[in-house]
Design a protein around this ligand. Structure first.
Ligand SMILES: Nc1ncnc2c1ncn2[C@@H]1O[C@H](COP(=O)(O)OP(=O)(O)OP(=O)(O)O)[C@@H](O)[C@H]1O
Ligand SMILES: [Mg+2]
Length: 311
């Protein structure tokens, strides 16, 4: 293992996974030629619609299934290597719980697996209950937990050993808005502590506010990958000006809509300065100027449409 490679939490190169399905056992590729790296200390969002191949990718990252082709490296090693695994915390998409255990017994069991003992074990468990807002529910049996509570205790389980790399498969699923926010805050906190977080989601709003890097997966292929600022920034193209314009005012350029007695003028960012001057010179009153940034939603939809068009 070279030292450079050893510091990269996740590296995938030309990874594909085919499943044999149906009576004839035809191979179908769930993941195709996926390549990306997750830098240390980043909060990385793996975005894709249902069936895009997110969980399949994550299972390969954990060494639970083997890729059909390509290379998967975690901390420079094989994800199946126990030394590598010890550095990884994982929240599965559908966690399996031992129903008859209480929440504390469940975390205690996992703390034990992580080699925690004595006081530090007790402190870590108490901290986890606090972190995921389950303080007070320590002695409740898991079969009495709500869906949202199960999701939270699953997250606590993933974090109990203070792993350097945290892999979360749809960590916000089943949570209400407050719960989603808490999970986002926890991920940001983990990053602030120097941990690397890789999570999958099909809810773009959950990624947009917290991720510093994303990969967009469409039908098993990574279509866009990189820092959100780079993926979205070059596409700040239009500006919308809302104004009260004098009767009969003719804008020299842009698309004009009159609504509620106001002029809405949408035009290229470069033309916005001259347009504002023209409007003010004509005696208009500017109410707002809003740059139309491309959102993750539009980027995602564009990628999806491009794939569908290509057939
Ligand atoms: N063990 C398997 N055998 C056959 N096909 C599979 C298997 N696991 C996954 N697939 C197929 O691979 C594709 C990708 O599935 P995957 O679970 O990775 O998607 P996903 O992005 O996690 O979706 P979701 O958002 O619904 O969780 C799907 O078409 C699925 O049916
Ligand atoms: Mg999935």
């Amino acid at each position: 293992m070279n030292t450079m490679e050893g510091t990269v939490p996740i590296h995938m190169e030309g990874v594909g996974k085919a499943f044999r399905q149906g009576f004839w056992m035809h191979a179908r590729e769930a993941v195709r030629d996926v390549s990306f790296s997750v830098p240390e200390g980043s909060l990385f969002g793996y975005l894709g619609h249902n069936g895009a191949g997110k969980t399949t990718t994550i299972k390969m990252l954990l060494g639970l299934i083997a890729p059909s082709r390509g290379q998967v490296r975690v901390w420079g090693g094989s994800p199946a290597d126990p030394v590598v695994r010890r550095r990884v915390g994982y929240l599965p998409e559908q966690p399996y719980f031992y129903d008859y255990l209480t929440a504390r017994e469940f975390l205690d069991f996992h703390a034990d697996l992580c080699g925690l003992t004595g006081d530090s074990r007790r402190r870590r468990i108490a901290l986890m209950f606090d972190w995921v807002d389950l303080a007070g529910a320590e002695d409740v049996a898991l079969n009495r937990f709500s869906k949202g509570m199960l999701q939270r205790i699953g997250l606590a389980q993933a974090l109990i050993g203070d792993p350097e790399l945290v892999i979360l498969d749809e960590p916000m699923s089943g949570l209400d808005p407050a719960g989603r926010k808490r999970v986002r805050d926890i991920m940001v906190e983990l990053k602030a502590r120097g941990r690397t977080v890789f999570f999958s989601t099909h809810v773009l709003a959950d990624a947009e506010t917290v991720c510093d890097q994303v990969a967009i997966l469409v039908q098993g292929r990574v279509r866009s990958v990189g820092p959100l600022t780079e993926l979205l920034k070059p596409k700040v193209t239009e500006v919308e000006i809302v104004a009260q314009a004098p009767d009969g005012y003719q804008a020299p350029q842009g698309r004009v809509v009159h609504r509620d007695g106001r002029l809405h003028l949408t035009l290229a960012e470069a033309d916005s300065g001259p347009a504002l001057r023209h409007l003010l010179d004509a005696g208009g009153r500017v109410l707002s100027v809003t740059p139309h940034r491309e959102t993750l939603e539009t980027l995602f939809m564009n990628e999806l449409t491009a794939v569908e068009r290509a057939g």
